[in-house]
Each structure stands twice: as C-alpha cells, then as structure tokens.
Design a protein around this ligand. Structure first.
Ligand SMILES: [Zn+2]
Length: 128
C-alpha cells in the first residue's frame, strides 16, 4: 500500500487549491442569485407550477451550497494539515491513509477503516 509523503505536498497542494476555488465559485454564485431573486419586480410569477419549479430550483441550489460549504471546510482543513505536516494521517487512529483514497478524495480526514466505523455508528439500525 502506498502512502502520502512530503514529496507529494506540491501535488496535493495544487489539487486542494483547485477544489477550494471551485467550491468558492459555487458559493459565490449562490449568494449572487439570492440577491437578484430578492429584487422586486424580477419576473412576476402567476403560475403555481412555475412557482413550485422555482422553489424546487432554489432548494436544490441551497443544497448544493450547503454541500459546497461542508466540503470547503474539509478542503481547508486538509490544506492546513498539508502545511502542518500531518496530511495523509487518519485523524482517528493516526495511521497513514491509503494514497489511492487521497487521490480520489484529497480532503479525506480518516482512513477507510475509521470512516466505515463512523458510518456504522451513525446508522445504528443498519449496523447491527
Ligand atoms: Zn483510521
């Protein structure tokens, strides 16, 4: 199993910076959209179906933003671990995280075993 080492700091630094920029763009777009929606006379809605679709769209946008906000905090935390030299170590057990996992999910904070254990505890009904 290959693990992260300091020679990969630049590689993951680039990936995390790119992801951070993408997520900030999602959050920026969401904020601007909300502002323009709040303006009076911005397209009168007379049809209930239109109204429902509009609400559905803004709900989905809000969900995207919530997801982006969560992922952004994880990406920022991973960037900080990268600078502090603890990147690639599981926050739970301290063991190195599989490099293939980090390639797929650079903001991963837990190894597969701890991630799975955490998911099991959060779903007690299915974990039995
Ligand atoms: Zn672990």
């Amino acid at each position: 199993m290959k693990h992260y080492d300091n020679s990969l700091a630049g590689h993951f630094g680039t990936i995390l910076a790119q992801r951070e920029a993408e997520l900030r763009a999602v959050l920026d777009t969401g904020n601007k959209k909300e502002l323009s929606d709040a303006q009076p006379g911005n397209g009168e809605v007379q049809d209930f179906k239109d109204l429902a679709e509009r609400e559905l769209e803004s709900d989905m946008a809000a969900m995207d933003e919530a997801r982006a906000a969560i992922e952004l905090s994880q990406v920022l935390a991973a960037s900080r671990r990268l600078r502090e030299g603890s990147f690639g170590q599981c926050l739970e057990c301290g063991k190195p995280i599989d490099l293939r996992r980090l390639e797929v999910l650079p903001s991963a904070a837990f190894c597969v075993a701890c991630q799975t254990a955490g998911e099991t505890t959060s779903h007690p009904l299915t974990g039995a």
